[in-house]
Design a protein around this ligand. Structure first.
Ligand code: AMP
Ligand code: ZN
Length: 139
């Protein structure tokens, strides 16, 4: 896609720090890292989000995430790692080209914001009803 910054990274039109690639996906360093080692994995074919990406590209992203996660563990020995992926402006997706974040955290790093939600018991009727709607919609 012409005006997409991550498509430009795929084509080499703007610089990136490449970590891994194959015919379907590219992994590169996030330039505003939340932690040391913060890495993004994207499909080479433009897709905005999880609803647009093909099952084949999503499978390739999953396989690459395993490779890169293993390498992050070997290289950086983090205490843990968050895997995050945002879909839509409503959840603060900023770059509208699908990307999976790998965010390793060392013990001494601050808590990652997206892992710090509070657990509150839900309304079991609503939980059941909503789960039923979702499972009924699976094609
Ligand atoms: P989000 O869309 O909120 O999931 O996050 C977009 C991510 O892309 C942010 O973490 C940015 O730091 C990162 N980002 C934006 N532009 C670049 C770039 N040119 N190279 C590497 N990372 C980028
Ligand atoms: Zn794109």
């Amino acid at each position: 896609m012409q005006d997409c910054i991550f498509c430009k990274i795929v084509k080499g039109e703007i610089p990136s720090i490449r970590i891994y690639e194959d015919d379907r996906v590219l992994a590169f360093a996030d330039i505003n890292p939340i932690t040391t080692g913060h890495t993004l994995i994207i499909p080479k074919a433009h897709a905005a989000d999880i609803w647009e990406i093909s099952a084949e590209d999503l499978t390739a992203i999953a396989a690459a995430s395993k490779k890169v996660a293993d390498a992050i563990r070997t290289a950086l020995a983090p205490a843990g790692m968050a895997v995050a992926q945002l879909n839509g402006r409503a959840v603060n997706q900023v770059v509208m080209h699908y990307h999976m974040h790998l965010i390793p955290r060392r013990e001494e790093d601050p808590e990652l914001p997206m892992t710090a939600w509070e657990l509150k018991p839900g309304d079991m009727d609503l939980i059941r009803q909503t789960a039923g709607k979702i499972s009924a919609a699976i094609g």
